[in-house]
Design a protein. Structure first.
Length: 193
């Protein structure tokens, strides 16, 4: 989790929210199995665009394309949904403390999840870089987690606005829709062979 957070902070360069296209898996190579990227589908809902091996082990299936809420027990999905939406709209970072109760073939698990905002092509926060780390043996899948607690850290939008637009300091808002895309997601390579 520290590796993913440090990588995101390095991309952020102190103020800006990085673009999804800035993320290079080589930058978090040791944490790839725990990392994931979410895409916002609707308020409080996101699906896994990229899912590391840890999520698949916990659920006993390939998680790419699934809603991230599948990892969360139904009784705490509402506070999880609110935390997720804070990350998208804040923009905010979130650290979540999770617990999965024990049962037959399922030892109790403690886990932590981080959620870090990313910009999409239009400059709006529509993606999240995250990681999930658990302590204990997974046992029988699927494993769902209760949200035990969350720590949200609001990012300073005013500083970010000044840094991106170089406008006067009296402005205290950020219209991120005006920020152009800086990198293409895909590159076409053609050979004549």
């Amino acid at each position: 989790m520290n590796e993913v957070t440090a990588y995101w902070e390095a991309l952020r360069s102190g103020a800006t929210i990085p673009y999804r296209s800035d993320v290079d898996p080589r930058g978090i190579q040791r944490a790839l199995k725990n990392a994931f990227i979410l895409e916002r589908m609707a308020p409080g809902m996101a699906r896994l665009r990229v899912a590391g091996q840890t999520l698949s082990e916990l659920m006993g299936m390939e998680m790419r394309g699934m809603p991230v809420s599948a990892l969360i027990d139904p009784d705490t999905r509402e506070p999880f949904r609110r935390a997720l939406e804070e990350v998208f709209l804040g923009p905010t970072t979130a650290t979540l403390r999770l617990r999965s109760d024990g049962g037959y073939g399922k030892p109790a698990l403690e886990a932590q999840m981080i959620l870090l905002p990313l910009r999409g092509d239009a400059g709006k926060v529509t993606r999240i870089l995250g990681a999930l780390v658990h302590q204990g043996r997974v046992g029988r899948a699927p494993r769902r987690f209760h949200l035990e607690g969350s720590f949200l850290r609001k990012l300073d939008r005013q500083d970010e606005h000044k840094r991106l637009t170089h406008e006067a300091p009296e402005l205290d808002y950020l219209d991120i829709k005006t920020i152009p895309t800086r990198h293409a997601h895909l590159r076409l390579v053609v050979t004549d062979d």
